[in-house]
Design a binder for this molecule. Structure first.
Ligand code: ZN
Length: 133
């Protein structure tokens, strides 16, 4: 049912835990299955230097959060903002239709964390349209 990449991330989550010195943090919840995801970022000079997550949830929620932290760590803010649902799904070798909430949850956490940054001086809607949480 899940791709081998999804299962591998679930068994060996990347960048899980707390992040001392984080300056952008978000806690989001998916009411559909009760998943919660906390994403902590350390952002400097328009780049995400470090990312950590803590999640309670189903297999794909853990896998998406783990994959997302790998994609955003070291990324420029503008590039992190352009990460799409499709790019996460593709990088995990596919996500079952019934688990797409996990992809959205990880993006919601990212957007919510970045929105808290005073230095983020862009029109977020222009980048992500309706997917912007
Ligand atoms: Zn779930």
């Amino acid at each position: 049912m899940y791709s081998s990449l999804v299962l591998e991330h679930f068994k060996n989550p990347r960048n899980s835990g707390e992040l001392p010195g984080a300056n952008a943090v978000a806690l989001v919840e998916n009411p559909v299955c009760g998943d919660t995801l906390e994403l902590s970022l350390r952002v400097e000079d328009q780049s995400i230097l470090e990312a950590r997550f803590r999640a309670k949830g189903c297999v794909p929620t853990i896998a998406c959060a783990s994959q997302l932290t790998e994609m955003i760590q070291g990324a420029a803010l503008m590039d992190a903002l352009k990460i799409s649902r499709e790019s996460i799904i593709e990088s995990l070798g596919g996500i079952p239709e019934g688990s797409l909430h996990a992809v959205q949850l990880s993006l919601d956490a990212l957007h919510s964390a970045l929105k808290s940054l005073p230095m983020l001086n862009v029109d977020l809607k222009e980048i992500h349209g309706r997917t912007w949480a």
